[in-house]
Design a protein around this ligand. Structure first.
Ligand code: ADP
Length: 267
């Protein structure tokens, strides 16, 4: 069998004595988008840290494109995995183009010279994230949502095999939220990129993901297609919240709405 883009095998990992993830296994193929859903504290960010090489598993194995993450140095890992963290830290004093170019660093030689391939990747990423009008602006002068798009463009320019998004849609307006997910889907189809996306937006997950991994208490409680995993009963159980799950009769797409508990109550 060909190497999966991401293969997490029976991983236990955490902080100090406590495991934040227990017995987690996850396989994502090239061209697939796997959405990771779960309530606060479920272990989603811990999974992101494992995939970014920031945290080592206590037990089990994390492999990207067949390579054990713990055997790769930072540069080698950065050629395989690009991460857009939840709290974006981009070099505020630099221009948008400079920051996106930083995504090319793992591919460049000691002198950081920008070759044609690097410039092409940067221009593609800038266009994909709709940053053409902002390229000369200093990142410090951009809004939070614009900075997020710069971070996403930097990650796309990195051209790894796996893109890890931690809440990519947060802080983006509706148009750019849709645009970012569309860009990711195009990259998946175009060059076999795989994506692991931590999402709070159930609707985005249902529309864009091929697979869903539902985490709770450090364990994967369900994994599979949207139809298999994103059911009323399971989501209510995992999020401990009431919600409405609607199914579009035309195409079977699922839509989710939070429902106010006891709306006519006096409390
Ligand atoms: P999520 O991203 O799903 O909200 P996290 O992966 O951040 O969840 O957290 C999973 C568990 O690990 C939580 O119980 C959290 O308190 C704990 N945790 C997260 N980061 C640390 C840390 N740096 N030190 C100790 N415990 C942590």
């Amino acid at each position: 069998m060909a190497d999966a883009a991401v293969e997490v095998t029976d991983v236990f990992a955490g902080y100090g004595e406590t495991d934040a993830l227990s017995g987690v296994s996850l396989r994502v193929e090239p061209g697939e988008l796997c959405a990771v859903l779960g309530p606060n504290g479920a272990g989603k960010s811990t999974l992101v840290k494992l995939l970014s090489g920031l945290l080592r598993p206590r037990l089990g194995r994390v492999a990207i494109a067949g390579k054990d993450v713990t055997t790769l140095d930072r540069r080698a890992l950065a050629r395989l995995v690009a991460v857009v963290p939840q709290h974006v830290e981009v070099a505020l004093g630099f221009t948008v183009r400079d920051v996106v170019m930083m995504g090319r660093a793992p591919h460049q030689g000691a002198w950081m010279s920008a070759a044609d391939a690097d410039r092409d990747a940067v221009e593609r990423a800038i266009e994909a994230c709709d940053l053409g009008d902002l390229v000369e602006r200093r990142v410090a002068t951009l809004s939070g949502g614009e900075q997020k798009r710069v971070a996403i463009a930097r990650a796309l320019a990195q051209e790894g095999k796996v893109l890890v998004l931690d809440e990519a849609g947060a802080h983006l307006d509706i148009r750019h939220n849709i645009a970012v997910h569309e860009v990711v889907r195009r990259e998946l189809a175009g060059r076999g990129l795989a994506c692991v996306a931590v999402l709070h937006d159930l609707n985005a997950a249902a529309q864009y993901a091929d697979r869903i991994a539902l985490l709770k208490g450090g364990r994967i409680v369900a994994q599979g297609t949207v139809e298999e995993v994103m059911t009323y009963r399971r989501l209510k159980e995992v999020f401990e919240a009431e919600l409405y799950v609607g199914v579009n009769e035309l195409d079977g797409a699922r839509y989710f709405l939070p429902v106010r508990p006891n709306p006519r109550g006096t409390a």
